[in-house]
Design a protein around this ligand. Structure first.
Ligand SMILES: Nc1ncnc2c1ncn2[C@@H]1O[C@H](COP(=O)(O)OP(=O)(O)O)[C@@H](O)[C@H]1O
Ligand SMILES: O=P(O)(O)OC[C@H](O)CO
Length: 502
């Protein structure tokens, strides 16, 4: 019998990737394409939704041709996506009415302030597991409807559709026939009740978003529709898996049991812990979110969302021009024996979990005349590890357990220095998988389960291979002293409130 494959589309914040997975969970072909980041004002981030579709279509084609696989041998497609990013488009023309507003963007901060002043915080927390912050899709949709002339009336007349990136891609891949999302993406919108598992009228009223704009919410593993006719693959291929990228990584890392956790070091950094069938409410600034719905069973997760992680390295590379390639950061950091007391707090778009301060901005502390470029780069890499410790402490307190191991993935985990420093600062063993593309792998697994490519979660758990373990090796006194410095740096960053940013 001819070998078959699952195609995973991983539509991330800075790039789109397509990957072909074989039956062993290995990558048979891959392609990646970056696309433009649009920064209309400080703290705002947008994408052109057309660029996103184009980058996905071209990487799909390239991955298949790199693997030299006949498209007829693709058994199904899984989609995973940067979450929360909101697109609004015209149902008839398929044209977006505004750029996509990206999850990192703070442009709906004033709307959030108003919702808080109106006293909606408890309802939002209770129903969605989230909090009122520009991070989530709902206030981004409100912003678009407020700022595009005539949009509210068109939305009320049923002419406009809303989608997160999964929804937008499926709409385009199916030729405008299918308007769906999955529970994981719905759980990031601020409009979805994660307990009742339905769009919520009270939340829709709060945001004044017409229900007619919203996609149908499905499980994370089922056939939602097929690619348009012969257009893309010469045959219709079922789209059979959807999950937000952080949930997909949790699935790809096979964190199927309660208490298992993963951390993904991409543009931002996202730690998720599986809490099984229980939606655990955080008392420490974490989010409660849906991990996935598979085979009729919904699992929940606790999440710590850090807005700036790997993108601090991009800032060193592109903004400060300190080196040419992100991977060069490792050699620089290793040349410094320590950071010399320097702390970088990369709050470029505010601070996420567990602080949730959208109005603070980044800061650097502890500079001396002897501070070096190597120390500065090292301190920037260390900031990923310190932010993760903030989140881990909150998660352990909420879940009432001490984590023994953390499964790690994402682009920045390739940095051995950062990975070891992370294990040291957490006092937890970090496991780096052989296939570091666990996000795409998770989407492939979800699609593969739906089309019978893999049998069950047990079979998938058996495919996981660890590449390297990073064991904690730092003395406790040093670890705690370094972390105490970080806490002071974050405190001082939050206290800095200039009256003008000019
Ligand atoms: N060797 C490295 N050391 C540190 N950071 C890295 C390294 N390689 C990539 N990165 C960072 O990882 C991020 C890309 O990771 P990725 O998982 O592709 O992100 P995303 O899915 O958010 O687009 C970039 O921000 C980049 O700066
Ligand atoms: O594109 P990534 O990998 O940085 O992920 C973004 C997250 O989904 C935002 O919630």
């Amino acid at each position: 019998m001819k070998k078959t494959y699952i195609l995973a589309i991983d539509q991330g914040t800075t790039s789109s990737r397509a990957m072909l997975f074989d039956h062993d969970g290995g990558i048979a072909g891959t392609a990646q394409r970056e696309f433009a980041q649009i920064f209309p004002q400080p703290g705002w981030v947008e994408h052109n939704p057309r660029d996103i579709v184009t980058s996905v279509l071209s990487t799909m084609t390239e991955a298949i041709s790199n693997a030299q696989v006949d498209p007829s041998r693709i058994a199904g497609i899984g989609i995973t996506n940067q979450r929360e990013t909101a697109v609004v488009w015209d149902r008839h023309t398929g044209q977006p009415i505004h750029n996509a507003i990206v999850w990192q963007s703070r442009q709906s901060a004033a709307i959030c302030d108003r919702l808080k002043a109106e006293g909606h915080e408890d309802t939002v927390r209770e129903k969605t597991g989230l909090l009122i912050d520009p991070y989530f899709s709902g206030t981004k949709v409100r912003w678009i409807l407020d700022h595009v002339e005539g949009a509210q009336a068109r939305a009320e007349a049923g002419e406009l559709l809303f989608g997160t990136i999964d929804t937008w891609l499926i709409w385009n891949l199916t030729g405008g026939k299918v308007h769906v999302t999955d529970v994981t993406n719905a759980s990031r919108t601020l409009m979805y009740d994660i307990h009742a598992r339905e769009w919520d009228d009270e939340l829709l009223r709060m945001l004044n978003v017409p229900r007619a704009m919203l996609p149908d919410v499905k499980s994370s593993s089922e056939v939602y529709g097929s690619t348009e006719g012969r257009h893309f693959f010469g045959k219709e291929v079922p789209i059979a898996g959807i999950a937000g990228d952080q949930q997909a990584a949790l699935f790809g890392q096979a964190c199927f049991e309660e208490g298992m956790a993963k951390n993904t070091y991409g543009t931002g950094c996202f730690m998720l812990m599986n809490t099984g069938g229980k939606a655990v409410r955080s008392a420490n600034g974490l989010l409660t979110t849906i991990a996935w719905s598979v085979d009729g069973k919904v699992d929940y997760a606790l999440e710590g969302s850090i807005f700036v992680a790997g993108s601090v390295v991009q800032w060193l590379r592109d903004g400060l021009r300190m080196f040419g390639k992100a991977s060069d950061s490792q050699a620089y950091a290793e040349r410094a024996k320590d950071s010399g007391g320097v702390y970088v707090v990369p709050a470029f778009v505010g601070l996420g979990a567990p602080y949730w301060k959208s109005d603070v901005r980044g800061a650097v502390f502890g500079l001396s005349r002897g501070s070096t470029k190597e120390q500065f780069i090292r301190a920037a890499l260390e900031s990923m590890a310190y932010q993760t410790r903030d989140v881990l402490e909150a998660m352990q307190a909420d879940a009432g357990i001490k984590l023994k191991e953390l499964r790690a993935d994402g682009g920045a985990i390739a940095n051995d220095f950062m990975a070891q420093f992370q294990a040291d600062i957490l006092d937890v063993t970090l496991l780096r998988p052989k296939v570091q593309e666990t996000t795409a792998q998770g989407a492939a697994y979800l699609a593969g389960l739906a089309v019978g490519f893999w049998k069950d979660k047990q079979e998938i758990a058996g495919l996981r291979v660890v590449d390297r373990e990073f064991r904690p090796a730092m003395a406790e006194a040093r670890r705690e002293a370094l972390y105490e410095g970080w806490k002071q740096a974050v405190g001082a960053t939050m206290a800095f409130k200039p009256r003008t940013t000019l």
